[in-house]
Design a protein around this ligand. Structure first.
Ligand code: SF4
Length: 494
């Protein structure tokens, strides 16, 4: 039986038992580190400074989809992060379709009375109103914690109302308390799409042999899509980008592609397995096209899968030659500089490989979580002889501050909302993904090198911030071991 036959998708940690949220120390097999290295799935912290509700990444996907409405079913605060991500939605639409468009999201705003009497009726009325007023093609009905606690049946409401509304209703089970692994959010959205937006079945004879599905992610800008499309076109292939910013027909088109290729394994494995099992679309989920060698690996994988191995090889060699020449002017400034990275597991590790290609030393990496997908990237760093401190943490800035004080890197790369700790310590920072700039593929590598060069040539901005800004931690915390709150419930030190 497929997971997609179930009404509610499994949690990421149940599908991938090695998934881990708390680790600090050396990386298994690396030469340094006095601590024993064992990632324990049950490891946790005695003190947690923050967490990420899975609604955040789930809304990042859903809010980007044109002609759809996101209907939050929960307390009024659930989903309010969309206020912050709307700028990204607007610019994403402008880059792809020539004009900005806001994310359209509403809330049933459950209150104390609903907690007692149930929220099903309120949800039913809200779905009808959304359908009448906004006429979307699809409505995501997203359950927060509250309806799950009081026992609201969003699937029951959806099937009761569906015959009377024009929009396709997609129930999404993304309750924040269900999982602390935000990757569960991707599965929850894909689950709703797979059950409600895709055709009933497909046969391989219907496949378009020249089209490949390229899975995008919310933090990937159009400029990165264009780079991957350019490479696909060079091989005579056309690219179908989804899920982010794609219309419902892109999902249907995905069921007829010759191949699906992931740009982030953490993001995609649930849906790609489904596309293969139900529609016979094979997939590759191995390398992220970040960095010179990784982009070439990604490209050669596409070539090998579609009988274009020679063409992919020639293209990769030509692109690498051109890029390496173009990078020459930047590398002397990078050589030997020490970097700390912070991002999702796969992106942080793949970017570390890219920075090694630029000549940086990797001093530390903070990955939001760990699962077995990371092993491929960890192995590349091990083969490269990289020895770094690794922190697996779903945003724990107190650990990061302690680490940064010890490591004193020359540069910090993190998400736009996660650079402030480093900046307040006077460390030059660079946004690890910025949808306005290139990051992926050969062009992305060049673009990043250019930005890093500019950043390191003049560090006056963060020098001044470091001189005047303060972090809230006491000296006693900086003196303590950075991972002293990490425990394994089985008693095993991690
Ligand atoms: S944790 Fe629960 S209540 Fe909080 S924002 Fe997420 S879904 Fe809503």
């Amino acid at each position: 039986m497929s997971h997609f036959d179930l009404q509610v998708p499994p949690r990421r940690e149940d599908r991938h038992p090695k998934t881990c949220l708390a680790y600090g120390g050396a990386v298994c097999g690396s030469k340094g580190g006095g601590r024993r290295c064992a990632l324990a799935a049950d490891a946790d912290r005695g003190f947690t400074q923050g967490s990420i509700c899975p609604l955040l990444p789930a809304l990042g996907m859903m809010a980007s989809l044109p002609e759809t409405v996101v209907l939050m079913h929960g307390a009024v605060g659930c989903g309010s992060c969309t206020h912050g991500t709307n700028a990204n939605v607007r610019s994403g639409h402008a880059a792809r379709r020539g004009k900005p468009a806001d994310a359209l999201w509403l809330s049933t705003a459950l209150d104390e009375v609903d907690v007692i009497s149930g929220g099903d009726d309120k949800l039913e009325r809200a779905i009808r109103e959304v359908d009448t007023i906004h006429s979307p093609r699809a409505i995501f009905v997203v359950a927060g914690c509250l309806p799950a606690v009081i026992g609201d049946d969003i699937d029951g409401v959806a099937s009761r109302v569906q015959p009377e509304v024009n929009a396709t209703i997609l129930p999404v089970h993304c309750e924040g308390f269900k999982s602390r692994f935000m990757a569960t959010a991707y599965d929850a959205v894909y689950h709703a799409v797979g059950r409600n937006l895709l055709p009933e079945s497909g046969t391989s004879s219907e496949h378009d042999e020249r089209t490949i599905n390229i899975m995008n992610v919310g933090s990937m800008g159009r400029v990165d899509e264009l780079e991957l499309e350019r490479l696909a076109n060079e091989l005579g292939l056309s690219a179908n980008f989804y899920p982010v910013f794609s219309r419902p027909e892109s999902f249907r088109k995905a069921t007829r592609a010759a191949l699906s290729i992931s740009t982030c394994p953490t993001h995609d494995d649930y849906f790609l397995t489904h596309l293969q099992e139900k529609y016979g679309v094979p997939y590759i989920i191995r390398h992220m096209p970040i960095g010179i060698a990784n982009t070439s690996r990604w490209l050669r994988d596409v070539g090998s899968a579609l009988d274009l191995a020679e063409e992919a090889n020639v293209l990769a060699e030509a692109e690498e030659r051109e890029l390496r020449n173009a990078l020459e002017e930047f590398l002397p400034l990078f050589r030997g500089k020490r970097v700390f990275l912070s991002a999702g597991e796969y992106r942080s590790l793949a970017t570390a490989s890219l920075l090694r290609e630029f000549g940086f030393e990797i001093a530390g990496i903070r990955s939001f979580h760990y699962d077995e997908f990371a092993d491929v990237e960890l192995e590349k760093l091990r083969e490269d002889g990289v020895d770094f401190t690794w922190n697996v943490a779903n945003v724990q800035p107190f650990e990061e501050a302690n680490l940064l004080r010890r490591i004193k890197p020359d540069l910090f790369l993190g998400h736009w909302h996660g650079n402030n700790t480093a900046a307040r310590m006077g460390i030059p920072t660079q946004v690890i993904y910025n949808t306005a700039y290139g990051y992926i593929g050969y062009r992305g590598a060049y673009d990043l090198a250019r930005r890093l060069h500019r950043k390191l040539r003049n560090t006056a901005f963060t020098d001044r911030i470091g001189r005047y800004a303060r972090l809230p931690y006491r000296e006693s915390w900086y003196a303590a071991e950075p991972f002293s709150f990490i425990r394994s419930k089985t008693g095993e030190e991690t």
